[in-house]
Write a protein that binds this ligand. Sequence first.
Ligand code: SF4
Length: 694
Amino acid sequence: VIELGTPSRSVVTTCAYCGVGCSFKAELNGDELVRMVPWKHGKANRGHSCVKGRFAWGYAHHQDRILNPMIRDSIDQPWREVSWDEALGFAAARLKGIQEKHGRRSLGVITSSRCTNEETFLVQKLARAVFLNNNTDTCARVCHSPTGYGLGQTFGTSAGTQDFDSVEHTDVVIVMGANPTDAHPVFGSRLKKRLREGAKLIVIDPRRIDLVKSSHVEAAHHLPLKPGTNVAVITAMAHVIVTEGLADEAFIRDRCDWNEYAEYAEFVADPRHSPEATEALTGVPAEALRAAARTFATGGNGAIYYGLGVTEHSQGSTTVMGIANLAMLTGNIGRPGVGVNPLRGQNNVQGSCDMGSFPHELPGYRHVKNADVREVFERAWGVEIDPEPGLRIPNMLDAAVDGTFKGLYVQGEDILQSDPDTRHVAAGLAAMECVIVHDLFLNETANYAHVFLPGSTFLEKDGTFTNAERRINMVREVMKPLNGYADWEVTQALANAMGANWTYSHPREIMAEIAATTPSFAGVTYDLITEKGSVQWPCNEAHPEGTPLMHVDEFMRGKGRFIVTEYVATDEKTGPRFPLLLTTGRILSQYNVGAQTRRTDNNVWHDEDMLEIHPHDAEQRGVKDGDWVKLASRSGETALRARITERVSPGVVYTTFHHPDTQANVVTTDYSDWATNCPEYKVTAVQVMPSNGP
Ligand code: SF4
């Protein structure tokens, strides 16, 4: 029994891990945080939590935290601790020098889905109002950018259609390329509860995730598709629904563009898209696929939840559009219990996209080419906004190697560890004249940095996060920033060191600017969020209380748009040298690259990444459970230990990417989604062979 004493005060705030956005009461004895208690009034979690939010907050005090700014002239020199003024002056002088010598488009920023809306808004503003270009991108580039594109094209906006409460009204659920019990555990629990009450489940995933069969639930259908064939599976399901007369034509006539539907229906009805014709390609038995399609089309309220197993493909955007087609085809939009719901990986990935982090969009998903929208920001900021879309992260790195991109400010993101093709990322960073890393720890990207600015944790600042259901939750300061400054203050100081005159004294003033410039946030204030507990956007004159369900009477774009989704095979091919397909994911106790969770006691549950391999493939290679193996691809190789399991199918291997020793992204390719450049993390041709270790 650990005696923690009676807390003397508590602060309600929001978990900084996954996109569920659970509310917690941070309980303190004096100034010492002693425990995080799930808040029973939190609308996303209703008093529940998982092992990450509940226990993994000790990294805030970890000895690895860097609390003083550091600079160095070149990356082969040791770091030098300096004052904030000297660090910011050094950074500003370098950035201005680059701007003058190489032009305004030679600089850029990367925003973080871990930081608050207000901080993200300021970082993209730094690019647009101080660097004077649109070279701003975000880590959503490598996860849910296809959601932005796909849902924008079909429904008119880049967001999940439902709130989490909606799951209580669902009758049949598709979970595709997601593993909610590990990656979104509180939502996973709510989903399991609904399944125990009788809702039917269809899992579309190469791996037997827990939801397929655990002690309490069993999926009605598991479609264990070959990695890379998502589009073919969704189209085959649509084929069954259209050719068997199961489409909801009344909904389609009322809510969607009928001519586009007619073209789509003709496309999916083609015999080449039947389950039988695509069985060899997808690996999914035709009868299983037919049965799943019938269950979804006839089972009552149908909801689709999906994750990075959908988006991180060369056809990620196509699959998202295919999912949207499927929901419209079956009339499953616009009421409780239905809808299309991307499960966002990071706490504020929805918010970082909403806040204009992408190089082609100003806050609120409005294109930079739109002169009327630019004028709103030009008036607010007193600068001319560049009308040309900026560079995405991979394009910034390419341009750096080519010598035209010279300076980068990265907030709360470790691109060297999290982005694909590590060697190319390193080459791009090494070619730049000024890399500024603003983070909690000296991460892998900081090896290539000239300036390190200490970051603040979610416990050390006020602001807001927006979760996967568009719910804007308050983040409240539990303790003073250990480094002296919250992240928004550091960005403001950097902007001012470059000649700006920003005067925010509190994040509520930044939110006021967001509301004044962004129609979907027009009614959002800290007072309203505090009064309601949370608010879901759009929140404006038309929806003063926020919007739990979207597209109720009509889609954001007017008529829903069916889009023909032709399957195109990835260029990543298996062959004699690389006969297996690698896919990746997360585990319950750890979070993404593990920068935080690895520095907490959660490491006792999972302290290394392992390679799951089917017994048949292991035996062929003489690999036993726990053996070290070499994992090699056309991009590179790494070593890790094998876990022999039937959770993966023959021909498929799987690993997590939580530990830097493994460097799983050394082997991933640089193929990416055709529309958004989201990396194809989920399909890599590999070979596995016995090894003596790293
Ligand atoms: Fe909730 Fe996600 Fe945090 Fe777990 S990690 S407590 S599910 S927000």
